[in-house]
Design a binder for this molecule. Structure first.
Ligand code: ASP
Length: 348
């Protein structure tokens, strides 16, 4: 359905990333340019029948520099403008977009409006840019309404190259292709061709309206520990004994398996007993952790490691930051990690 143009107003938030970069004529390296310059390259923005306002980070950033402080800034912008706008589009670098989308999905509690993150692989000033289509379609999606006049996609999403995905299910998979993001374990929320086809069965609509609240505290005392054949005890022990460590995403093999080494299980059980929450996430792109399937997974479970089921590393890590940021006890964090909060896990 077409948005009611009289009432629809979208806030475009520019954080930086390739979409708004330009080539330095001397070094040839890509550098950020201002949002005003970016808009000049997209005159189509004026053709929409709804209102588009914009705001930007004072210093546009490469998304490699994203951190909890920048997420807080984004959440703050959305909170201050929540009543005024029907939806939000965030222009963001692709490198850490899946982390930001996951973090925002937890930080924006009771969200009932679209927050669409997008970016591009080629800067918007380049003739073959993918940025224009990504930007224009994201705006159209953010403004779309159901026949009842409600936002069509009231979720934090990533839109990239013809696909709208639940933000906390995405992963960047390609450094070169325009088709750079995937949601391996959850269906796309919309596919875009001549028509934008919404998959309303996959979109989350609140049954009962919840109050919109934001949670800005993120505890970044977390780590990712990726297993590999030949990994040494000193590596595992060093990571797990980091002072103040709260949570670890343990990237395992296949359906959640790890080498059957006594020292590994000892290190994990000791950390777990000390209150470190360890979540088992598979290194496979798709599929689910099942620690009851093989002995190698079962021993992790006995060591106190939690199943991440089909969660992405990006979502598991930011969920740990979010839960510890709320001041929950270790037991509360452990329990909450095992259940979906905002559609980030499918239960077996
Ligand atoms: N390095 C850039 C960034 O993530 C890459 C991109 O935007 O595609 O900010």
């Amino acid at each position: 359905m077409q948005a009611d143009s009289l009432k629809t107003s979208i806030l475009l938030i520019y954080t930086g990333g390739t979409i708004g970069m330009i080539e330095n004529p001397v070094t040839g390296a890509l550098e950020n340019f201002s949002f005003a310059q970016l808009k000049k390259h997209v005159p189509e923005l004026q053709k929409f029948s709804f209102n588009i306002d914009s705001t930007q980070f004072s210093q546009p950033m490469d998304s490699s520099d994203m951190d909890a402080k920048a997420w807080r800034r984004l959440v703050d912008i959305i909170y201050r403008n929540y009543e005024k706008y029907t939806g939000f589009v965030i222009l963001h670098g692709t490198d850490t977009m899946a982390f930001t989308a996951s973090a925002l999905s937890f930080m924006l509690h009771g969200l009932a409006k679209p927050v669409i993150l997008t970016g591009s692989q080629l800067p918007i000033g380049v003739i073959r840019t993918d940025g224009k289509e990504n930007l224009l379609t994201s705006l159209e999606i953010a403004a779309a309404q159901t026949p009842e006049g409600k936002p069509m996609v009231p979720e934090v999403c990533v839109y990239f190259e013809n696909k709208l995905m639940r933000g906390n299910r995405t992963t960047k998979l390609n450094a070169e292709d325009f088709n750079a993001f995937r949601s391996y374990n959850y269906p796309d929320l919309a596919t875009v061709g001549i028509h934008i086809r919404y998959n309303q069965n996959a979109i989350h609509y609140q049954e009962k309206e919840q109050p919109f609240e934001v949670h800005t505290e993120m505890n970044t005392n977390v780590a990712i520990l990726k297993l590999f054949p030949g990994i040494q005890e000193t590596v595992v022990r060093s990571v797990l004994s980091i002072s103040g460590l709260k949570g670890v995403v343990l990237e395992t093999y296949g359906s959640g398996n790890a080498p059957r080494k006594g020292w590994l299980i000892d290190c994990l059980s000791q950390a777990s007993r000390r209150g470190v929450v360890i979540v088992n996430v598979t290194q496979c792109k798709s599929g689910m952790v099942d620690m009851d399937r093989y002995e190698t997974g079962y021993q992790l479970k006995s060591a106190g490691v939690l199943s991440g089921y089909d969660i992405t590393t990006e979502a598991a890590l930011t969920k740990l930051m979010y839960l510890f940021g709320q001041g929950l006890t270790v037991e509360e964090v452990r329990l909450t990690m095992l259940h979906p909060l905002v559609g980030e896990i499918s239960m077996p």
